[in-house]
Design a protein around this ligand. Structure first.
Ligand code: KIV
Ligand code: ZN
Length: 520
């Protein structure tokens, strides 16, 4: 068995320090339950002395959550530690997490204390915490900017006083992976009693290096990682739990360690935290972003459909997604298009129809960012129920407004020729219909016109269905486009083509369209 890395989640403490985030006790309990299901080893439930609300939340979590260690933060003061213990004492496995800053800049400008005073305070308060709680963690705040020799002395003193875990925070997210790895190694080599404590790391993401720094620490002997779901935390946040866990899992051969996180619960946990904190997850966020398992380019889609591993290093199922997402858009190829057709039930279309539908899909993808299953169905319906396109809309242009008469110009292709016509009308659709009638040389009776949106969003497709009548026969057809006038024109021409086709078949006359009685 490989070495276990303990996952210490601080979503409810450092994560709640995310600007603009405030969770109530019910929300905190909800998240804590989910963290326990996720298999988090240590849940930092809050900072009990910070507020009454935090105190109550830590107490409620301590009382209700079993399995994980429950910890609460406390400064190295008796009042803080007493309050933390008051909230934590109900836990099955409580831990007090106490901290004091050890960098020169913090000691001088924030604490106004001499290094020797800080050293003494750290040791004595760990001892005090230990007198209540069997499990104590100590953090030298701003650890990475602390003079190493002083840090070694502080760590030796707190371990001597009973600290079970020493956590080395990169409070301001300043370090880099190589430097931090060497820093942890230095601690292992220079703190004489370090073998009596677990080394933990806590990295902030100011330079976007929190996860990389944490992983470098693992390579140098750290055994506990402090992190937060979705990378929440002060300023740029903490190391993202899901990224740490999936890095360790995906590259277990490299890191030679494991965690006990049930990774299949990562997506659900991330969504819950995002929902309750109101902090949206960016689409391209690693592991839990909506694009993390989505493929758009044709080359990638083809690869993934043939062999998933070509472009996926983790399975979507391993993080709790049902499957990856083949996003149909303008970069998608025929392979992905056909695959989607099969998935939505069109698996026996002839290749000509698939080809035509694919060309229309490409046209649509130029206008619309991503193509939904409903869009594809609408395109296919048009192909399957399409009669020969004798008349084809090549181009149209409308001008309309609230203080002007709508006019429309159309170019229709028929029998190798283009016919241009223009007309005014009662609105852009009416003007376009009249221009089409002129171009085709018919007047038809419009019996019905129906417009509906397919899908949602402002770039949703509009589907227009029209019914025209001739000789007591009704011809109905539809057209789709992101532009409703274009959808209307397409529907109208499709209906005329249908009329042409059926009358031609019935009367066996190629010119029947010219004989259609004007019924407007
Ligand atoms: O970033 C930090 O230094 C902390 C400590 C209190 C652990 O959050
Ligand atoms: Zn922090």
């Amino acid at each position: 068995m490989t070495k276990k890395i303990y996952i210490f989640d601080t979503t409810l403490r450092d994560g709640e320090q995310t600007p603009g985030v405030s969770l109530n006790i019910h929300e905190k309990l909800e998240i804590a339950k989910q963290l326990q299901i996720l298999g988090v080893d240590i849940i930092e439930a809050g900072f009990p002395f910070a507020s009454k609300g935090d105190f109550e939340a830590v107490k409620a979590i301590a009382k209700n959550i079993k399995g994980s260690i429950i910890t609460g933060l406390a400064r190295t003061s008796k009042q803080d530690i007493d309050t933390a213990w008051e909230a934590l004492k109900y836990a099955e496995n409580p831990r007090i997490h106490t901290f004091i800053a050890t960098s020169d800049i913090h000691m001088q400008h924030k604490l106004n204390m001499k290094p020797e005073e800080v050293l003494e305070r750290a040791g004595s308060m760990v001892k005090y915490a230990k007198s209540f709680c069997p499990n104590v963690e100590f953090s030298p705040e701003d650890g990475t900017r602390t003079r190493p020799e002083f840090l070694y002395r502080v760590l030796e003193a707190v371990i001597e006083a009973g600290a079970d875990v020493v956590n080395i925070p990169d409070t301001v997210g300043y370090t880099t992976p190589g430097e931090y790895g060497a820093f942890i190694k230095g601690i292992r080599e220079n703190v004489p009693n370090i073998h009596k404590a677990v080394i933990s790391v806590h990295c902030h993401n100011d330079l976007g290096l929190a996860v990389a720094n944490s992983l470098a620490a693992i390579e140098n002997g750290a055994q506990q990682i402090e992190c937060a779901v979705n990378g929440l935390g002060e300023r740029a946040g903490n190391a993202a739990l899901e990224e740490i866990v999936m890095s360790i899992k995906t590259r277990s051969n490299y890191f030679k360690c494991h965690t006990d996180i049930v990774t299949e619960h990562l997506t659900k946990t991330s969504n819950l935290v995002s929902h309750l904190t109101g902090v949206q997850i960016q689409n391209n966020k690693a592991i839990v972003g909506s694009n993390a398992f989505a493929h758009e380019s044709g080359i990638h889609q083809h690869g993934v459909l043939n062999c998933r591993e070509t472009y996926e290093i983790m399975t979507p199922e391993s993080v709790g997604l049902k499957k990856n997402l083949i996003v149909l858009g303008k970069h998608s190829g025929r392979h992905a298009f056909e695959q989607r057709l099969k998935e939505i039930g069109y698996d026996n279309l002839d290749s000509v129809k698939v080809n035509d539908a694919f060309l229309k899909f490409k046209d649509l993808a130029d206008k619309k960012k991503s193509i939904s299953d409903e869009d594809i169905e609408a395109l296919i319906k048009q192909e399957v129920f399409q009669v020969p396109e004798n008349y084809k809309l090549e181009h149209f242009q409308v001008s309309s407004g609230n203080n002007m008469v709508a006019t429309s110009t159309v170019k229709i292709r028929y029998d190798g020729n283009s016919i241009d016509e223009a007309s005014c009308g009662d609105g852009p659709v009416d003007a376009t219909f009249k221009a089409i009638e002129k171009a085709v040389g018919v007047n038809v009776k419009l019996k019905d016109y129906f417009l509906k949106a397919i899908g949602s969003g402002k770039d949703a497709l509009g589907e227009v269905t029209v019914k025209i009548e001739k000789d007591n026969k009704i011809f109905s057809a539809s057209g789709v486009s992101t532009d409703v006038v274009e959808a209307s024109a397409k529907a109208f021409i499709n209906a005329i083509n249908k009329m042409h086709y059926y009358l031609f078949q019935e009367e066996n006359s190629a010119s029947c369209i010219d004989k259609v009685i004007v019924e407007v």
